[in-house]
Ligand binder design. Structure first.
Ligand code: ZN
Length: 455
């Protein structure tokens, strides 16, 4: 392109000046990291590499073209996907960004996802969160951080929903003035164009968000109020900017969309919060969080449990006993909780016994696996049976793939069975994310090796 023409086009773009801010970029980083840690504890973060690496790649492409006057070397841009259905996204001061799975599912093109991300990124680089806090002079920075964290961890989640803010994060950093919205739209248009996307896709996505059904106004719109004429001025800006190297290959977007269709549908935020607030046979008043996915490796120290007059077993000392109706589960913190009214776990073992009519181990094991499959359409076929010894008796072992109902991540399930003296099947079901199954396989082996049956 002709250099002079390029300069003229740049000059024609609307220039955005970051608002006054009494905080330092280092304050943005500190506040954002504190809120990020809380968000990661409270939100169902996807650990599915196909999805996260796609969003990460898209984010990196946008970060690479942040204008030099808005670059803050201290900022650390991270991109995480939240496994909830609503069309929403938010970014925290200093760089952490969270994109809902529902946003990706609702987008028609990669450019639409890029549009929302470029808008969020613009709030970050223009430091709108702390600029907003600067205006509210009665707050000191510590108070603001405390308020955000308090709302996330201490609040009654149900009340927070009723107030229409998401996880309490909205209050301090995520609700922007109309002027800041206009700035993020314009700056976002420039970043999109520099990354090869048509800024009009941002306006398209906002229209999709506005049409989002469900109860009440979409969260994204209450955090990012329309300054008025949003679509018109974005379209005008799109005509002023030159799109360098327009993105043509969006196979990545198609692949991610196809992949998401394979997973169990994302829950609504309300379902996630209800589950987070529901007890799990724990002492009343103690919240049973949804599994966080932050799980410590199994301790090499083992602890022995005796279950009535049925069996004795040793499990890693950092796993908890979670008694159920007909079975007992041992799992580490962060790996268990409730989803859709069922107790679930991402790492650990379940042990129990179930009656059967056949008294034949092979057939009884087939029936057990069939009953597991009937409640879980994502469960793969068994690998075939291996002969193993359980408590000195003949046993079977088989391995299956599954998709975690909690985070959509591939997991591996190993089932061990043997017969009790009365003909019931004694079983051990081990569950671990597929990418760390190798480590857990040995743990399951050691647990099964420790079993003593007392029938
Ligand atoms: Zn905004």
């Amino acid at each position: 392109m002709n250099r002079l023409l390029f300069a003229l086009l740049l000059a024609a773009q609307t220039t955005i000046t970051p608002p006054d801010n009494k905080y330092s970029p280092a304050d943005d980083v500190k506040l954002g990291l504190e809120a990020k840690a809380q968000a990661e504890k409270q939100l169902p973060i996807m650990r599915d590499d196909a999805v996260t690496s796609y969003v990460e790649g898209l984010g990196r492409r946008l970060v690479a073209v942040i204008p030099s006057n808005l670059r803050h070397p201290e900022f650390r841009y991270t991109f995480e996907v939240v496994n909830v259905r609503e069309i929403n996204a938010f970014a925290l001061p200093g760089g952490p960004m969270f994109v809902n799975r529902g946003m990706i599912e609702a987008a028609n093109t990669e450019g639409e996802v890029a549009g929302v991300m470029a808008h969020e990124l613009s709030h970050v680089v223009l430091r709108h969160g702390t600029a907003q806090a600067s205006k509210a002079t009665k707050y000191e920075i510590g108070t603001i951080a405390g308020a955000v964290l308090g709302a996330i961890i201490g609040g009654n989640l149900g009340n927070i929903v009723a107030q229409g803010t998401q996880f309490g994060l909205g209050a301090a950093f995520l609700r922007f003035s109309r002027e800041f919205e206009r700035q993020a739209d314009i700056e976002g248009s420039h970043i999109m164009a520099a990354a090869g996307y048509d800024p009009r896709d941002m306006a398209n996505m906002f229209r999709t968000i506005a049409k989002q059904g469900g109860s009440g106004a979409p969260q994204w719109l209450s955090d990012h109020p329309d300054p008025g004429n949003r679509e018109q001025y974005i379209t005008r800006e799109a005509q002023l900017v030159h799109v360098d190297n327009p993105v043509r290959d969006t196979r990545g977007f198609e692949q991610v969309r196809a992949h998401l269709k394979q997973l169990a549908p994302a829950p609504t935020t309300e379902q996630v919060m209800k589950n987070a607030g529901r007890g799990n046979g724990q002492p009343s008043g103690q919240n049973q969080p949804a599994p966080t996915g932050r799980v410590a490796p199994p301790s090499s120290q083992f602890r022995t449990y005796t279950e009535g007059d049925l069996f004795r077993v040793s499990v890693p000392a950092n796993w908890r006993e979670l008694p159920g109706n007909s079975a007992v589960t041992f799992a580490p913190d962060g790996a268990y909780g409730h989803t859709n009214g069922q107790s679930v776990f991402t790492h650990g073992v379940e042990l129990g016994a179930t009656r059967n009519e056949t008294h034949d181990l092979r057939t009884a094991t087939d029936e057990l696996i069939a009953s597991l499959s009937s409640g879980n359409p994502n469960l793969g076929r068994p690998s075939g049976y291996n002969n193993v010894s359980i408590a000195g008796r003949r046993g079977l072992r088989t391995t299956m793939s599954n998709r975690s109902e909690i985070n959509g991540q591939p997991e591996t399930i190993q089932v061990f069975t043997t017969l009790m003296r009365d003909g019931s099947v004694f079983y051990v079901i081990g569950v671990a994310p597929s990418d760390s199954f190798r480590d857990y396989q040995n743990v399951f082996q050691r647990i099964v090796g420790s079993i003593q049956l007392m029938d």
